[in-house]
Design a binder for this molecule. Structure first.
Ligand SMILES: [Ca+2]
Length: 364
């Protein structure tokens, strides 16, 4: 989830169509070759020697974070590099910005707000009213949005990733593109082991996201929640716990109860776009926020001739405008809660399709 943000951002700014919501890129490896060590990167001697030395650093980091010595010894000495993880990481745009136009939203939306996801989301919504209500009440986050995140991230638990998290995170930390980030996540994964989570449970995407919410290990430590009331927060086996954990994440990121994410609107052709352009530069993923207009109240938007086409928002609600495919196409007014979805995954396409899927599941 979150760590894909920069990649998605870069993808949006480039013509290369990197799709953050495609099934996680951890399909089974191609048929095994005869090489006995497929997990080792090219230049095996250099990489192995280098990694052996680097693992000493991982051990030191783990010790300074008070990870139990038995946990350290059970994981790090036998840890190997995963060449597939390196390959997938290097295939990412890596934050380069070539200044090309963003790809269109409409086809993305068709791929990610599908009748299949809507149907399966509706079935879950109908069947699990009791615990969904409980989670909604407890965290103040709409069940539709929780189900939409769950559907988008893992196709409702079908695709949660099969990479060994410690191996993937150790590899990414060693590779070094975002070393500090992955070192911290590696240590967080060790702490999950300390806390009693079995290694066999710690599977996920090549980029280290795990479980139904596709949390990074530090988010699991901080926010995993018990949604079914059995006293345990298991984001890998309990859907209710997975959704409660997503809700905990949203509440922590500032989601306000009873404020919808946004609404589709009709924009008059005469609207002066230059006059509503935002002058703020966001500290985090600025290219994503740059596509949002200035904030105005719904009353002010109506005065400019911008009207919701379906569901409405209160007059005093603040919203900013996005026209993902430019003037004359679809347009949405977005509330502060939309930004919480961006906190989960910083991509306008992601956040819009989560909102639209939520509306289709629960009824906009
Ligand atoms: Ca539970």
């Amino acid at each position: 989830m979150k760590i894909l943000g920069a990649m998605i951002l870069a993808a949006m700014a480039s013509t290369s169509q990197v799709d953050p919501l495609a099934p996680l890129p951890d399909a089974p490896r191609p048929a095994p070759t005869i090489v006995q060590q497929p997990m080792i990167v090219a230049q095996p001697n250099d990489a192995v020697t280098g990694y052996a030395a680097y693992k000493m650093r991982l051990m030191a980091l783990a010790r300074s974070a008070a990870v139990r010595e038995a946990t350290i010894q059970s994981v790090i000495p036998s840890l190997t590099l995963n060449s597939r993880v390196i390959e997938l990481d290097r295939a990412q745009p890596g934050g380069t910005n070539n200044g090309n136009a963003a790809p269109p939203f409409a086809p993305y939306r068709r791929r990610h707000v599908t009748s299949d996801l809507i149907r399966r989301g509706q079935a879950r919504y109908a069947a699990n009213g009791q615990w969904l209500n409980y989670i909604e009440q407890r965290y103040g986050v709409e069940a539709g949005v929780l189900l939409a995140i769950y559907g988008h991230e893992t196709s409702f638990g079908v695709v949660t990733g099969g990479f060994d998290l410690l191996e993937a995170l150790g590899t990414l930390a060693y590779e070094g593109r975002r070393r500090k980030f992955f070192e911290e996540e590696f240590v967080a994964a060790l702490k999950l082991l300390d806390r009693g989570t079995p290694r066999s449970m710690l599977k996920g995407s090549w980029a280290g996201a795990t479980g139904y919410p596709q949390f990074m290990p530090s988010a699991v430590l901080r926010l995993a929640a018990d949604g079914d009331g059995d006293g345990d927060a298991n984001i890998w086996r309990s859907e209710a716990d997975g959704l409660a954990s997503i809700a905990a994440y949203f509440r922590d990121a500032g989601w306000k109860p009873n404020v919808h994410w946004g609404v589709p609107v009709r924009v008059p052709a005469t609207l002066n776009r230059a006059a509503i352009k935002s002058k703020l530069v966001a500290p985090r993923c600025p290219q994503v926020y740059a596509r949002h207009s200035q904030w105005k109240t719904m009353r002010e938007w109506r005065a400019l001739g911008v009207y919701p086409t379906g569901r409405d928002l209160p007059d005093n609600e603040m919203a900013s405008l996005i026209e993902p495919d430019g003037p004359g196409s679809t347009a949405y007014l977005l509330t502060t809660n939309y930004r919480t979805i961006l906190d989960y995954n910083c991509s306008n396409f992601y956040a819009l399709s989560v909102g639209l899927l939520a509306d289709s599941i629960v009824g906009g």
